[in-house]
Write a protein that binds this ligand. Sequence first.
Ligand SMILES: Cc1ncc(COP(=O)(O)O)c(C=O)c1O
Length: 389
Amino acid sequence: MFETLESKPADPLLAIIGLFAADKRDQKMDLGVGVFRDDSGATPVMQAVKDAERLLVETQQSKAYVGLSGDLEFVESLFELSFGANVGLRERTLGVQTPGGSAALRLAADFIAHTNPDTTVWVGTPTWDNHAPVLAAAGLATQNYVYFSVADQVLDFAAMDTALSGAAAGDVVLLQGCCHNPTGSDLSVAQWQRVAEICNEKHLVPFVDVAYHGLGSGLDTDLVGVRALLEQVPEAIVTVSCSKNFGLYRERTGGLFVVCKTAAMSRVAQSNVLSIARASYSMPPDHGAAIVKTILHDNALTRKWQDELNSMQQRMQSIREQLARALGNNQGGIAHQKGMFSTLNLTPVQITILREEHAIYMAGSGRINIAGFREADVDRFAAIVGPLL
Ligand SMILES: Cc1ncc(COP(=O)(O)O)c(C=O)c1O
């Protein structure tokens, strides 16, 4: 049966990892892969995570199954971290733990396809490379709306407003909660409120992917727009990843929240979500969620984690400011963009030359990982790349 298979193209970003590893040049810069790095280029385990792991080793009594929804205390903690202590919202929201943000997205996509197979999901351009494959794998139809112009480095809200205003009742709008991947350009609170208005007028369901909470302007500020949206709409879907803000990438830690019109509807929806999870990964892995719960249940550990997260956020903000200064006036937007990524207006040929001649590695789209810079790299990067922009 396997002789009919044809090879799939390798993920281009993984190919870049291989090329970078094989590059012997001292001045090489890895701006490709989307993980946080400190100024030495390492992606360390956070100290709060290490402390929580120590506690878990000492106190955990069992590795027996936790259940289809995962660890319910983790789910409560993640809800409160993301949306605040909003009892009214919580009552009509189902929450389940998932294996990372990716599985939350896939579970959400399968749930949408199961509930309304004829729906169209509206996807902003550009967006994270994996959004389209996840939605396609669930069998969902998609349409694009223009989100950001890389050439002009501006968020095109007028284009987005026009496109969404033409969507059909029951359609779903995929959005990113903060630190937009790959542009770093987020909606303002007023724009989130306008999105809520459009969703209400046109009967659309917002579907918000939150993968970088705390890494834009900080935990208190990053999701103000998402929270404002959730106050205004009757139904919504939100996926949350703990990969970046807890540095738990390989531990596959995240959650799916579905806001329903009533608490009774959320219980019915939950039973549907869980039956889909049961037929795929069954139950999420425990370790990452146990770490997050341990941190968020302990004031001292929470403070330690927040301090570490703040210093990660500040490092990226400071690199952004240095980079914008070094690149000159027309790239000032980089200082105002948020989180790990910006996308530069470079051609594929220029990106290849940067890699081959200057050992500067970035995604083929021109996306750069701001955390990939060491402070000492910024001026060399600006001197080489600045004239191309
Ligand atoms: C926008 C966005 N959503 C979701 C994810 C999924 O993260 P994970 O599955 O590692 O939790 C990522 C990871 O890079 C992302 O950038």
